[in-house]
Design a protein around this ligand. Structure first.
Ligand SMILES: CC(=O)N[C@H]1[C@@H](OP(=O)(O)OP(=O)(O)OC[C@H]2O[C@@H](n3ccc(=O)[nH]c3=O)[C@H](O)[C@@H]2O)O[C@H](CO)[C@H](O)[C@@H]1O
Ligand SMILES: [Mn+2]
Length: 342
């Protein structure tokens, strides 16, 4: 073969270059893939350990907030006592998540499943597994009179769950009122050791969309979807002065629903202790508040204002249709395959 003197690649056929070429050939096959693997792993590790880099993608997409432009103009997003009202379109989940991850908060989700309500538990927990606090440290607590039935549900959940044994209640009213006492007792016994935040929800909730760290706050209540546009006179507060849940005619900010409230463990302890004491006083006086524990919760929130308020998106019921201001239905609440015995 006549070597091409002008061609710089012609040397590669010369014998003295062969070993180097072989080495390069071997290098390209095994070492390159090994190096790629190492580099990939190191990059992944750096991204996970260095939030500034990990969050670059959302940071570059993130538009500076405009002080002259409210995120929503169709709904109130701040209470008169300056607590945010959480609606779709008012928050940036990534910013909030960064704050959450810095502090590694532990979040408990407690749900009562007494009697036939156990039938709702599988759907509730499996939807929570999918949508509640994705990426968060969550532990479930189920208060039930029938632990064995709960264990037999074959739940498809990976997060830890603790069963709290409660007594069988005489009727629906005692069961819904009883939750305040159960939460108060467990907060003293358990939650103060295990958790930073505790969320208390109904079992007849099925989550349909993400419910994330935007809901976290010192003490958080949710606007009842049936009354968020109602004038004060139509709100079903307890108006009889004889009850501990009494609210005078000319008072009341919002009407909160008792199927979704949360807060830090000490604040939830104070709330459930106060509500339970008032329920007991009413009971001693032969009074049952108009809307059970919900009346007591509303009384508590009137004089101990929530530090954050959830829009009705978080407790929506499909039966209420699709009004314009509900941009996302995060849950469907209230569907039961049985009749409520009230
Ligand atoms: C849509 C609607 O009208 N909602 C009202 C209704 O809620 P709900 O109809 O949503 O009440 P509910 O039947 O879901 O009961 C509340 C929760 O208590 C638990 N539970 C109740 C009974 C029982 O035997 N076992 C058991 O585990 C269970 O977690 C249940 O989800 O009544 C509440 C009284 O607190 C409030 O007035 C709500 O605003
Ligand atoms: Mn309910």
């Amino acid at each position: 073969m006549i070597p091409c003197t002008n061609c710089i690649y012609s040397n590669i056929n010369r014998p003295e270059y062969k070993p180097r070429m072989k080495m390069f050939k071997d290098f390209s096959k095994t070492h390159v893939s090994f190096l790629t693997f190492i580099l990939g792993t190191m990059t992944g590790f750096l991204i996970s350990k260095w939030p500034e880099v990990g969050s670059l993608s959302w940071r570059t997409d993130y538009n500076k907030p405009d002080i002259a432009k409210a995120p929503r103009s169709d709904v109130m997003i701040l209470t008169p006592w300056l607590a945010p009202i959480v609606w779709e379109g008012t928050f940036n989940h990534d910013i909030l998540m960064e704050e959450y991850q810095r502090n590694s908060y532990r979040i408990g989700l407690i749900v009562p499943a007494v009697g036939k309500y156990i039938k709702l538990l599988k759907k509730f927990l499996e939807s929570a597994e999918r949508y509640f606090m994705k990426g968060g440290m969550v532990k479930y607590y189920v208060s039930t009179d029938r632990p064995d039935e709960v264990k037999a549900l074959n739940l498809d959940i990976k997060r830890p769950m603790k069963i709290i044994k409660v007594p069988e209640y005489s009727d629906w009213h005692q069961a819904v009122m009883g939750r305040m006492e159960v939460i108060k007792n467990q907060t003293e016994l358990l939650f103060h050791k295990e958790l930073d935040y505790l969320a208390c929800l109904d079992t007849d909730i099925v989550m349909l969309n993400p419910i994330g760290v935007e809901i976290l706050g010192e003490m958080v209540g949710a606007l009842h979807p049936g009354y968020y546009h109602s004038p004060r006179k139509d709100l079903p507060y307890e108006r009889r002065p004889i009850s501990q849940a009494f609210i005078p005619e000319d008072e009341g900010d919002f009407y909160y629903q008792s199927n979704f409230f949360l807060g830090t463990v000490p604040r939830i302890y104070q709330l459930t202790k106060a509500c339970n004491e008032n329920i007991m006083k009413d009971r001693a006086n032969g009074i049952h508040a108009k809307v059970d524990e919900e009346s007591h919760l509303n009384k508590y929130f009137l004089y101990n204002k929530p530090t954050k308020v959830l829009s009705p998106e978080y407790i929506w019921s499909n039966s209420l249709g699709s009004p314009k201001d509900i941009k996302i239905k995060r849950v469907n609440h209230g569907d039961k395959p049985f009749k409520k015995d009230t």
